[in-house]
Design a protein around this ligand. Structure first.
Ligand code: ATP
Ligand code: MG
Length: 258
């Protein structure tokens, strides 16, 4: 088996569904039998708490980036078989500033996960809502970017800044970098704005929008407070079904809904 695929889940706009996507896509890929690592690269530590892990681990993304912990002692098992987590801790907030003066500052994450990519089929990186050094580290380390986009009026605004940043990273530090897909999240079929945004995004990114659309689903918003991915919290919910469908789309298996 070859090297795993590394995805960055990125959008500098806050609250668009990055973490919900990172946790639940990771969990659904693992439930398909894939070996998955979720890297929490956001100082808010939402992927960490969303999987029921405290954000005060001695070993974390921060210590791995700083080179003071090894990868092996930092990745944790989770309640989902096949899913491991590299947890974030509070001190990750300082990394953005501390890294600035370091050599190879854009490549810290890449250096940390590079040697491990044979151990996983997929590595997902949950990015913070900014285009700072942490997100640049994710873009330098990944093969493909998944861009969650909330279906609302201003959704497309700001996307050009992300696309420009991806272009800049491709030109300067990661020539193979690709957008895997824009993922429409919190979709409400009764809301005409949602349909308008979906049409606009598909026109703007032809062939680069996931067929799977994630609906607005209250069970998805409840599950992090229970420290569980949606497939453990409520496997029958529309949210669980949609992330399972996204996982099948990512691995290229035919969708159950098709
Ligand atoms: P940040 O930029 O702060 O990291 P984010 O992009 O990671 O945010 P999330 O934390 O995944 O976004 O989602 C923002 C909020 O919306 C959360 O409260 C989450 O539970 C809720 N949410 C995300 N997706 C859905 C959905 N499909 N249906 C209902 N609620 C959702
Ligand atoms: Mg988040």
């Amino acid at each position: 088996m070859g090297r795993g695929i590394v995805f960055a889940v990125a959008n500098q706009k806050g609250g668009v569904g990055k973490t919900t996507t990172a946790i639940n896509l990771a969990a659904c890929l693992a439930s398909l039998g894939r070996r998955v690592l979720l890297v929490d690269l956001d100082p808010q530590s939402n992927s960490t708490s969303g999987l029921g892990v405290a954000n005060d681990s001695e070993h974390s993304t921060y210590t791995v980036l700083a080179g003071t912990s090894s990868f092996s002692e930092s990745a944790l098992r989770t309640a989902i078989e096949g899913l491991e987590l590299l947890p974030a801790s509070r001190d990750l907030a300082g990394a953005e500033v501390e890294l600035v003066s370091e050599e190879n500052r854009e490549f810290k994450l890449k250096g940390a996960i590079q040697g491990r990519s044979l151990e996983y089929d997929f590595i997902l990186i949950d990015c913070p809502p900014s285009l700072g050094l942490l997100t640049i580290n994710a873009l330098a380390a990944c093969d493909e970017v998944i861009v969650p986009l909330q279906c609302e009026y201003y959704a497309m605004e700001g996307l050009s800044a992300l696309v420009d940043t991806i272009e800049m990273v491709r030109r300067s530090i990661n020539p193979e970098l690709e957008i895997r897909g824009v993922l429409l999240t919190m979709f409400d079929g009764r809301n005409s704005i949602c349909h308008q945004v979906a049409d606009e995004v598909r026109a703007h990114f032809p062939g680069k929008v996931f067929h799977t659309v994630i609906p607005r689903n209250v069970r998805l918003s409840e599950s992090p407070s229970h420290g569980l991915p949606i497939i453990l919290y409520d496997a029958g919910s529309r949210g669980a079904q949609s992330y399972a469908e996204l996982a099948r789309e990512v691995v290229g298996e035919p969708s159950a809904a098709a």
